[in-house]
Design a protein around this ligand. Structure first.
Ligand SMILES: *Cc1c(COP(=O)(O)O)cnc(C)c1O
Length: 410
């Protein structure tokens, strides 16, 4: 039996390679950070991690995790409702609710699970989910598992959202679902307008804060802080795997009754292991740090502003961003690959994205800024982009008026 299936798989894999869509993984042999070592031995600057606050290798989080190994052991070997709940999990859930100004929180192994397990327990076939067309794969999968009627609106298109909300009046309960920050463009959801439409058409709101929590808003409280709507949306999902330390873990936070019902009925919660105590303990320390100082958010915001301004001055086409994601538009898929390869030779680790991850002819290099980046890292990145950009004809060769002192030729 397997030999036939093996042939089939071999052909599938060859097809992926022929289409130029095969993903190769680079191997890192140092801790995650601004400066990393890859398996070739090269030391490069990392501009493609979700390590927005630079916490992946933070000494305080490492110390908290080490302490927890001694006080709480290594693993739980249980789901939460049998014998997998520790004081650490309850404390972390409370910290997350405090951070977002919500009523209660439920932890998951990952945000993929939080999104996979949020719709089906809450909504039935007489209800409606109205979803942004660029929402994350885990939201799409979660919606698929739910019997509610599905409506889709064009990314951030409020006129289209309104049309869909009118159609969804046919259902009983309505839930609008959106990523808070869209990961390929860096734009934030127009939550103020979404909120007004939700009021008008009697709908609830769910936001996925994965790329925005810790990043967006003056104190990094996410999209609800940015739009002055803290505590006003019914459901927030998020991850501990990006800005918040980057290890693993997800959560849903929001209205108390919603969280209560998820604890009873959400399948990825009921049928999957608890997050390890080291992760919970480091998470607690992380949220304590967030309430003690705004240093990391301030640095991240300053870094992003600096990077975008210099790149625009150098002549690059960057999508307007409200996050730490800077999409350097190249449009051509091959060019994006070639440019990323040349940048790696210059010591800058970035990734080119092209169809089907982004629309056809909208290829780009996605640069992710971190509070771990120092000015010299940013300058080196800008200089490398400028050098390679000129070589490849992406930006003009003459004086760009950059004047940034970044050795870009000005
Ligand atoms: C990364 C991401 C997820 C998945 O989070 P994990 O905790 O890594 O599973 C879900 N939604 C969005 C928008 C994301 O960017």
């Amino acid at each position: 039996m397997y030999s036939k299936f093996q042939d089939h798989l071999t052909k599938e894999l060859a097809g992926i390679k022929e289409a130029g869509l095969f993903k190769n993984e680079r191997v890192i042999v140092s801790p995650q950070g601004a400066e990393i070592t890859i398996s070739s031995g090269a030391e490069v600057l990392n501009f493609c991690a979700n390590n927005y606050l630079g916490l992946s290798n933070n000494p305080q989080l490492i110390a908290a995790a080490k302490d927890a190994l001694d006080t709480h052991g290594y693993g739980l070997s249980s789901v939460r409702f049998i014998c997998g709940t520790m004081d650490l999990h309850k404390t972390l859930e409370a910290k997350i609710a405090e951070f977002f100004g919500t009523e209660d929180t439920i932890l998951y192994a990952a945000c993929f699970d939080a999104n996979g397990g949020v719709f089906e327990p809450l909504l039935g076939e007489n209800d409606a989910i109205i979803s942004d067309s660029l929402n994350h794969a885990s939201i799409i999968d979660g919606v698929r598992l739910c019997k509610a009627q599905r409506y889709r609106y064009e990314n951030s298109n409020m006129a289209d959202l309104e049309e869909q909300l009118k159609l969804a009046q046919a259902q009983n309960f309505r839930l609008i679902v959106t990523d808070a920050v869209f990961s390929m463009d860096g734009n934030a959801a127009k939550l103020d307008e979404i909120y007004a439409l939700a009021q008008k058409y009697d709908a609830m709101i769910m936001v996925d804060e994965c790329h925005s929590a810790g990043v967006v808003g003056k104190t990094g409280r996410g999209i609800t802080e940015l739009h002055n709507l803290k505590g006003k949306v019914e459901v927030i999902t998020g991850t501990l795997g990006k800005a918040f330390g980057g290890a693993i873990g997800g959560f849903t936070t929001g209205k108390k009754e919603i969280i209560d019902l998820l604890r009873q009925r959400s399948r990825p919660y009921l049928f999957s292991n608890s997050i390890p105590p080291v992760v919970a303990a480091a998470g607690i320390r992380m949220f304590e740090m967030m309430s003690e100082t705004n240093e990391l958010q301030d640095k991240l915001h300053a870094n992003t502003e600096y990077f975008v301004a210099k790149m625009l001055a150098a002549g690059f086409d960057i999508k307007p961003t409200q996050s730490a994601i800077c999409a350097v538009m190249l449009y051509d898929a091959k060019l994006s690959q070639e440019m990323a390869a040349k940048l790696l030779n210059e010591g800058i680790y970035v990734i080119g994205f092209y169809y089907p991850v982004v629309p056809k002819d909208k290829a780009r290099i996605r640069v992710q800024i971190s509070a771990a980046h120092e000015r010299e890292h940013l300058d080196k990145c800008i200089a490398a982009f400028t050098k390679v950009g000129k070589e490849l004809g992406v930006i003009k060769n003459e004086d760009s008026g950059c004047g940034c002192g970044c050795s870009c030729g000005n």
